[in-house]
Design a protein around this ligand. Sequence first.
Ligand SMILES: Cc1ncc(C[n+]2csc(CCOP(=O)(O)OP(=O)(O)O)c2C)c(N)n1
Ligand code: SF4
Ligand SMILES: [Mg+2]
Length: 278
Amino acid sequence: MSEIMHPLRMKYTREHVKKTTNCPGCGNGIIVQAILRAIDELGMDMDEFAFVSGIGCSAWIPSPLFNADTLHTTHGRPIAFATGVKLGKPELNVVVASGDGDLAAIGGNHLIHAARRNIGITVILVNNGIYAMTGGQTAPTTPRGVNTTTNPYGTLESVFDISSLVLAAGAPFVARWTTYHPRQITSSLKKAFTSRGFSFIEIISQCPVQYGKVTKSGSALDLLKHYKKDSIKIDKARTMDPESLKGKIVVGEFVNEQKPELSAEWTELKARVMEGRS
Ligand SMILES: Cc1ncc(C[n+]2csc(CCOP(=O)(O)OP(=O)(O)O)c2C)c(N)n1
Ligand code: SF4
Ligand SMILES: [Mg+2]
């Protein structure tokens, strides 16, 4: 049987990678397509990018699928690797795509400090509310009270609002969408790929196999219906009180501003020192 490939898949992915690692219904497929569509609509070339990921299901989004330089690193450390790539090759668009556990738990400090330093990389954080690849353990994004394999009687912890955390750390571009918003993800990615500073996009994404089953939240469709019903745009959310926002997912672009970017300043500093200018 011959396989009909999506044009984006033919244009931007490695020919020898025949299958994705995603389970049926996983939100990662929507995210793959949103990233490739953003690159296509910008008319950019894969050679202008380096993709970096950690360990987890979401870390498989760019690697080995994308026909670009991809760096599949260790759990929690993609931002550290990406920082090195960006300082060594500031002309590249360095993009990290990884999971909520990878970037906000074990790698949380790298995330905060990359935002504070304003290193010009894009971070796409896939928030599926759980450690999916390892079997449904509690993550810092798992809603309070939900049952997981490590908290079979319900989690007792409060969740991280990761976008707010990154915003507070000083990131000049922060957006949050869900997989129900593929066009909005693409639009924010286009801004992120063409902005100079640290750009952060959190994507709330369905994991029907671990999150859906372990927490009894239902199928991919049930989760997408929840994203549709409970997402509130930031402009509207700003007019609402905290009580009415309970259980809602605030989506949109929270900030988009210009700030001095670290790799450009670093390059300038190196030139100044080499030339003996103080
Ligand atoms: C240092 C280290 N600690 C723990 C692990 C085991 N581990 C691999 S992936 C993962 C969690 C993945 O969760 P997340 O980053 O949210 O990605 P998802 O699978 O949910 O997309 C863990 C704990 C590891 N590989 N290395
Ligand atoms: S376990 Fe969940 S996150 Fe991982 S590939 Fe399957 S559906 Fe996607
Ligand atoms: Mg996860």
